[in-house]
Design a protein around this ligand. Sequence first.
Ligand SMILES: O=C(O)CCC(=O)C(=O)O
Ligand SMILES: [Fe+2]
Length: 395
Amino acid sequence: MTGSSWRLRSRSRSPRQGSRAAAEDRKTKCRFCETYTFCEFGRDEEYCSSNCYMDASKGVEALDWDTSEAASWFHGEGLDRWKRQLVTAFRDGHALLVTLNEGVLRRVGVPKRKAKEVMHDVENLRKGAWAQPEPPLEELPLVTVAETGARARPSLGWQLVLKDDSLRSYASLCRGAVPQDLAWSWFETLRTRLPWQDLSDSRYQNEGKYMPRRTIFTVFNGCNCTYKYSGVAVKPTTEPDFVAEIRKYCVAASGLSTQPNCCNINLYRDGHDSVGWHTDDEELFEGGYNDITILSLSLGAARTFEVKHQPCALNGPRKSHKGPAETSFVCRNGDLCTMEGKFQRHYLHAVPKEPSVKAPRINLTWRWITKHNQVDGCPLCGPGNSRTPLTPSLC
Ligand SMILES: O=C(O)CCC(=O)C(=O)O
Ligand SMILES: [Fe+2]
């Protein structure tokens, strides 16, 4: 592809400003998902939804390209040169390739294996593109839960266990935030009363293979979003009263001023259950480019929670998620902890297998859905996504 085929699309044309009503009569092909659909935005917009626009642009300027030129480009100049150009474009223009997906690559004749490889690089590039220096705290203040919690419940002893100002990434921890008896009774209630689900990765759906944990995703306040990650789709369950009670207790202990609207709850039956290295950077929570908070309660058996930096393609050769943790702490019955700021953008976390652990553990992670899912028909989706404060505030 020649330089002339790069066209920067201005951020000021955000379709978030359009109205669903104005677009009801218009059937258009979305530039991101490429399906024909009623556009929820105004007439001039090219994306079918705020989800697609944000998936395409991730909040930075979007880089447009002409698919018809792609074939000659791939075949003529080769992938290596193409990748180098991409990197330059990302660095110079803070831009993002918006219309590229595996299907497009296949259509212009890129073999499947190469197309996958390219998309892997593009995804890393997107992450790299986001990894511009974070704004300093003086410019964009951030209050941690270690601070709000300490103000709300000084006796609990909140502490900051990860403080990375340059990456705006923080983790707060409160040992014994919930008294032991109460925590154990919550553990028993959740274990026996929740309709736990076995998750199957889409790749293994027909093979009877399940993720090494049981789970449930609760929502409330009219939200109906499905939680999709790593090839798994967890349908929402309306938050039962006994979960709401736990939520309110933990939010109060954290000094947070708003209630999260969903919770991912995991049951680790014993030390063979686990969750591998990942980030909770799904679009629902917009944590890839916003400061967000995830509040986590541990109940039952103690398990190790591990943390390490997220590899970034622009910082060097592609790295796998293999390799040891950089930080870890043991989460025990009744402990609260958090992941805050841009943690989901810059850090990975995991709960590794610990075969010596014979007892079960339950973990609840409360999150704030700010970008409700259109595809699953969540009634809260649309340009008017509820923008609850994403970070704690001192009140
Ligand atoms: O079990 C934990 O402590 C973490 C769970 C987690 O990372 C998740 O549900 O995304
Ligand atoms: Fe997670």
